[in-house]
Write a new protein. Sequence first.
Length: 109
Amino acid sequence: MEARKITANSKSDYSSIVQSSSFQKLLSEKKKFIIPITIFFFCFYFALPILTSFSTVLNNKFIGSISWAWVFAFLQFVMTWGLCMLYSKKAAKFDDLAEKVVREGGTNE
């Protein structure tokens, strides 16, 4: 990536950018993605300690001497990597929307 020279903006420039439709769309798109993914992550992450502490459901055998607790723990690594890859792909769209915000500079198009 190439570093860009950033010029100082006045307060009125900031206000117009925040109120622009392209900036509002960027925030909306990010919220629609980040909030559900974060909720899913926390539910999946805290399910393991909660299920192992308060139930025996994960103590059942999966294959051989491997229990479902080990499978669930391994899936947390898979989930983390999967979410990172998903966010990396989605971030390209966010970057495009951010570029549009910068190009418009607060004009409401």
